[in-house]
Design a protein around this ligand. Structure first.
Ligand code: C2E
Ligand code: MG
Ligand code: MG
Length: 881
């Protein structure tokens, strides 16, 4: 189109004037021409119907056209908004129709792939009678500007070191993951990972090495999770994983295990080998938090608990952790009071010689009887005293009191006093010990200081100096809780211990036939013998443990089998005759550990939701109070709160209490408590007319919506009934439902089409996890269930007879699966690792994959089928790989 025409169109534009200050049209024309040719901007106009009257030739190629060919076309049809989420009001056609003035509308070509963006402005034109007669406007190329601002936002959202999305992205993802999940009945899990000992690598090898390590960590995490957008680096050595639609605690535990195992494998950095660890905290929304702030706070608490629990482990969030924070705060205040008001006392637990069966010494153990809370365990308040800087004062009081008491006992009886690592780090400790001995008149050889491996954490010349200063006083030193710390054995070479106390965790398991603890205890005894040290086994409770410990040659025993800690007066009574021989007494064998408690629960049975009370709890059963006239064999659903429900069968009836057995054993929560394997989503609870904390209320009539039977209720809640076949086990249900967006027991499977199957298959084949192919392949060819595949043993496949015996979760039972020829062919390709009993093996670590969730999730997402479950493939009749 001629520039002269353009000039006439824009005659309203400011005029240029010649040197005589007359308007100079030719100069203006050449300037406009020049501007158009520079390709920086262009002009346009339309008629009243919105058809192009004029458009600069320079823009035609970018609109997939040739100069002059655009006239007459609909102007709005040439462009689309650069932002695909632009609202109708931001669209060109809308504005043109309304004859609105618009400025800097960011548009790109509708039918060209050139990636150019323009800011387009336009104003409606009206003739002398006020009649609309079209638009005039211009466009400016802003491609470069937008690209660089996109780059900036990329930088703002991604960690430049690892390339992982950063904390800001994480907050965005978490917020969108949590948005509306309550109503939709979905869930969202967050795994927080903190590296252990990363600081040491940074300090000893330098920051570039630390950076290289972080990159390797991020690569290992990506390998496990398989999806770049789900793994975040929050900063420093903190990483996070967000798994939408995931609430299966068993599966999360599997992922956490795999992460810990993978991250603790050695790293090579510039040829230097280094090893770090990882601690993990996990939260599952919405039960554990409805906002990202809540989720992060609770995740941090869980992570903190995992670290406090010895690091290198994982911890799920629970309401108890939150309560613990509050309890701790209150206890700290009360402890200060208790010290001032003399509410603390010292008890003594006898240590018995295995040779003479006589008491040779005692351990002083602090006791606190709280005016309202009753007895509080030192395992709980000593760490509080340490953190609140009270341990120095408390420790000194204990030391003086123990020496004073012991001075009144027969001369052969020693007293052992626990010394916290913080006391040990105090330079003044030898002086305090000396003063306690001098004031009481106790001979130094009768005082034994019990020190835990914690003191070696900061091994330094001061540690060695403290040992020799204490030793110079003539006191004895015992290494307490041996085997639970983090240090190496090397300190035994130099630290002058007189005794090793074998931690009770070794004793507890030692009588189990499969336990290796016997061998460990025997090795400790041999080691102590070689170093001329005595041994004490802690926590001996049963007669069979006592027999075993004696046979292993341990020199002293401390445990309930002889006596609990007793007040000083009772001890003086026992020692009255100079020699105190105690007859061992206790259960013959260890039972599944029962925890005495007073815990309110709900019990659903007989058309009622009963408020009941658990008096003791073990992994397999509970003693429950508050239910009357319940026959043997009756089944009930026990509601522990927070979506933790389990089916119990009455096995014992008493006057007030019932003994029930759980159909699905509870699992250790890692901090001394028990919890159910899965939790029921709040949405499902609400659907069943239950709430996360019902049991705190009164007994009330309750029936399932639609008058469902116990079977349908348990099925909806994802619980297992007694004697029920494995396939309805809750773990399995959750596996198949995970990622479906639904967490209802009765989800109908949908048929996967052949086309979808081909896409899935291609994505599975392309997965970085080669085992995924075998897992999915075997599912479709044998109809094997997912849970079976995960627990199946490689040895149980017989390719000769084409039979695969798969274990059921009911102990000892097996299911027979026929292997078609194609399946045998596939199995023959499976990597076989010696000594690995599992079917599915991680080729990198040569260890069994405990989960392939991340890879499967990545594959189905890649195939555009994020909500398809493995059961959808199983029920689709596809039978070949
Ligand atoms: P510890 O020094 O290892 O003390 C032994 C713990 O094992 C005591 O727990 C004792 O009651 C318990 N125990 C002994 N025999 C058995 C048994 O047969 N079965 C079971 N289940 N437990 C048994 P306690 O008194 O609750 O103390 C726990 C920990 O608190 C102690 O472990 C120690 O680390 C700390 N502690 C206790 N008193 C003091 C103290 O006076 N000062 C300091 N610094 N720490 C203390
Ligand atoms: Mg001790
Ligand atoms: Mg101990």
């Amino acid at each position: 189109m001629a520039a002269s025409k353009l000039f006439s169109l824009f005659s309203a534009a400011p005029e240029t004037r010649n040197s005589y200050n007359q308007p100079d049209h030719s100069e203006a024309l050449s300037l406009l021409n020049h501007f158009e040719e520079s390709c920086k901007g262009w002009f346009w106009s339309t008629d009243e119907a919105g058809h192009v009257k004029y458009i600069s030739d320079s823009v035609a190629p970018f609109l997939n056209s040739a100069p002059g060919k655009l006239a007459g076309l609909e102007f709005a049809g040439l462009f689309v908004p650069a932002d695909p989420n632009a609202s109708a009001r931001e669209r060109l056609s809308f504005l043109l129709c309304r004859h609105s003035n618009f400025e800097k509308l960011v548009l790109k070509a509708a039918n060209a792939q050139n990636g150019r963006w323009w800011e387009v402005s336009g104003s409606p034109q009206f003739d002398g009678s006020g009649q609309f007669c079209g638009y005039r406007g211009y466009g400016v190329d802003v491609t470069e500007q937008l690209a660089s601002s996109e780059q900036a936002s990329q930088l703002a959202l991604y960690d430049p070191l690892t390339g992982l999305p950063n904390r800001l992205s994480m907050t965005n993802s978490l917020q969108s993951g949590l948005a509306g999940i309550d109503l939709a009945g979905r869930s969202c899990a967050v795994i927080l990972i903190d590296l252990d000992r990363f600081k040491q690598v940074n300090d000893s090898l330098g920051h570039p090495a630390g950076d290289a390590l972080l990159i390797q960590v991020s690569e290992r995490l990506l390998k496990i999770i398989g999806d770049r957008e789900k793994v975040f680096r929050l900063g420093g050595d903190e990483f996070q994983i967000i798994l939408p639609n995931c609430d299966d605690r068993d599966m999360l535990a599997g992922i956490a295990d795999e992460i810990i195992e993978t991250l603790t494998q050695p790293y090579s950095i510039d040829g230097v080998r280094c090893i770090i660890g990882a601690s993990i905290g996990m939260v599952i929304g919405p039960a554990d938090g409805r906002t990202s702030d809540e989720m992060m706070r609770n995740g941090d608490l869980a992570l903190y608990a995992a670290k406090a629990n010895g690091r290198g482990c994982y911890q799920f969030f629970s309401g108890e952790l939150l309560e613990a924070v509050e309890t701790r705060r209150v206890l700290e205040e009360d402890l200060r009071d208790a010290l001032a008001k003399g509410q603390l006392s010292l008890f003594y637990q006898p240590l018995v010689s295995t040779k003479s069966s006589c008491v040779t010494g005692v351990e002083a153990l602090i006791r606190w009887h709280h005016p309202t809370r009753g007895a509080i365990s030192p395992a709980l308040f000593i760490p509080i005293a340490e953190e609140a800087d009270l341990i120095g004062k408390l420790g000194e009081w204990i030391l003086r009191k123990a020496c004073d008491d012991a001075a009144g006992w027969p001369a052969e009886i020693r007293v052992a006093v626990n010394v916290s690592p913080l006391q040990f780090a105090n330079e003044g400790l030898p002086q305090i010990v000396l003063s306690a001995l001098a004031n009481s008149g106790l001979s130094p050889g009768r005082l034994e200081l019990e020190i835990t491996e914690g003191v070696f954490l900061n091994e330094s010349s001061e540690t060695d100096a403290m040992f020799s200063r204490l030793k110079d006083l003539g006191v004895r030193l015992a290494l307490d809780d041996f085997g639970t710390g983090y240090s190496s054995l090397s300190y035994l070479k130099t630290a002058p211990f007189d005794k090793i106390k074998i931690d009770q965790s070794f004793v507890r398991e030692a009588t189990h036939p499969a336990s290796r603890n016997r061998a460990i205890i025997a090795a400790i005894v041999a080691l102590a013998g070689a170093l001329d040290m005595e041994t004490t086994a802690e926590g001996v409770e049963t007669l069979d443990q006592l027999d075993l410990i004696k046979n292993l040659g341990v020199s002293h025993i401390q445990g309930y089998v002889y006596s609990k800690a007793i007040p000083s007066d009772d001890l003086a009574l026992g020692l009255e005759n100079g020699e105190w021989r105690i007859e061992p007494s206790g259960p013959a064998k260890q039972r599944s550990k029962r925890r005495a408690m007073y815990r309110k629960v709900g019990a659903i049975m007989g058309g009622y939701y009963h408020a009941a009370l658990i008096r003791n709890l073990s992994e397999t059963g509970a003693l429950i109070e508050g239910l009357k006239d319940v026959p043997l064999g009756a089944q009930m659903i026990v509601d522990f709160g927070e979506g933790q429900l389990s089916v119990g069968t009455v096995r014992r009836t008493g006057k007030r209490q019932l003994g029930i057995e759980f159909s699905d054993p509870l699992i250790d929560d890692g901090v001394g408590g028990l919890r159910t394997g899965n939790r029921v989503a709040p949405y499902t609870l609400a659907k069943m007319g239950l709430s996360p904390s019902d049991h705190l209320g009164e007994t009330r009539p309750w029936s399932a919506p639609g008058e469902g039977s116990l079977e349908t209720v348990t099925q909806t809640l994802g619980l297992k009934l007694h004697g029920e076949p494995t396939q309805t086990a809750s773990k399995f249900q959750n596996l198949t439902l995970m990622g479906t967006g639904l967490n209802l027991g009765g989800r109908q499977h949908r048929q996967v089409t052949l086309d979808e199957w081909e896409r899935l298959k291609a994505a599975v084949e392309a997965s970085h996890n080669p085992s995924l192919k075998f897992i999915i392949g075997l599912v479709v060819m044998t109809g094997a269930r997912l849970q079976e595949l995960l627990i199946a043993r490689w040895d149980d496949i017989n390719v000769g007879t084409q039979v695969w015996m798969v274990p059921k979760s009911n102990a000892g039972e097996q299911r027979r699966i026929h292997l078609p020829a194609d399946a045998v062919k596939l199995i023959n390709q499976l990597p076989k690792w010696e000594g690995c009993p599992y079917l599915i093996v991680n080729p990198a670590t040569k260890k069994p994959y405990r989960t392939f969730f991340g890879s499967w999730d990545a594959a189905r997402t890649k195939a555009g089928l994020a909500t398809v479950s493995i059961n959808d493939i199983r029920s689709s009749g596809i039978k070949s790989w």
